[in-house]
Design a protein around this ligand. Structure first.
Ligand SMILES: Nc1ncnc2c1ncn2[C@@H]1O[C@H](COP(=O)(O)OP(=O)(O)O)[C@@H](O)[C@H]1O
Ligand SMILES: [Mg+2]
Length: 225
């Protein structure tokens, strides 16, 4: 899936008036690319990711996933795009604490009406991919942060998306667990040809990407190859 942003602006209304969070963002991410977005806190990195992931919409401008302009699609279609074509990885994992590891991974498949048996088999395969097959039946709360993030990676891949969006995936982890997570993410990217867009403010983490973009006060400033 090729991702194209054309003149994307995002204004957010607040009590102090209208805040410009994103200003005239133009970028293209080719199928299978791994890009990192860096920038200071508050520069709009999460907001930019949410535009691409159909979690928020631009005030002006267009976002294409291949030929589909997701910025003008109705919410029902955007929901289907989120479910089938995009996987999310968040800083705080966003797992359901009362469910087991494998139930968390199966959840998106349930929403996509995947047949029950196939659900479990696929979730087990994904847990093998992130080296957590022996934790399948544990509650996620019993796992370390690094392990929880690996569950989140498996869940992000549940419906076989073309694109994974990761917002500070190592932000809550120590250096060693962060490195392990990046090795998992990197090997998934290499083996599955998934497009990966990752927000981070850690240059070491960003260095795994093929390309780095910088966001500063809502403007995409430069690209380093
Ligand atoms: N829903 C919102 N209401 C008010 N301000 C918001 C909202 N979402 C984002 N912002 C503001 O937009 C700016 C960018 O936020 P964000 O995208 O979260 O930045 P980053 O992820 O780079 O830290 C910040 O100044 C933040 O306060
Ligand atoms: Mg953020």
């Amino acid at each position: 899936m090729k991702i194209t942003l054309q003149g994307v602006y995002r204004y957010i209304e607040s009590e102090a008036g209208s805040i410009r969070v994103l200003e005239n963002i133009n970028m293209t991410v080719e199928q299978g690319e791994f890009i990192a977005i860096m920038g200071p806190s508050g520069s709009g990195k999460s907001t930019l990711l949410y535009q691409i992931g159909c979690l928020d919409s631009p005030s002006f401008g267009h976002i294409f996933l291949d030929e589909v302009d997701i910025s003008t699609e109705p919410e029902s279609i955007r929901e289907q795009i989120r479910l089938h074509h995009i996987g999310f990885i968040f800083q705080n994992y966003n797992l359901l604490p009362t469910l087991t590891v494998i139930e968390n991974v199966m959840l998106p498949m349930q929403l996509a009406n995947t047949f029950g048996k196939e659900r479990r088999a696929r979730a087990a395969a994904l847990l093998r991919l992130v080296n957590l097959e022996n934790k399948a039946e544990e509650k996620v709360m019993a796992l370390s942060g690094g392990q929880q993030q690996r569950v989140a990676i498996a869940r992000a891949m549940a419906n076989n998306p073309g694109t994974i969006l990761a917002d500070e995936p190592t932000g809550n982890l120590d250096g060693k667990s962060g490195k392990e997570i990046m090795e998992v993410i990197h090997s998934i990217h290499e083996n599955q040809k998934i497009t990966l867009i990752m927000v981070t403010h850690d240059p070491k983490i960003a260095s795994y990407a093929d390309k780095i973009y910088y966001l500063d006060d809502g403007k995409l400033r430069s690209t380093v190859f």
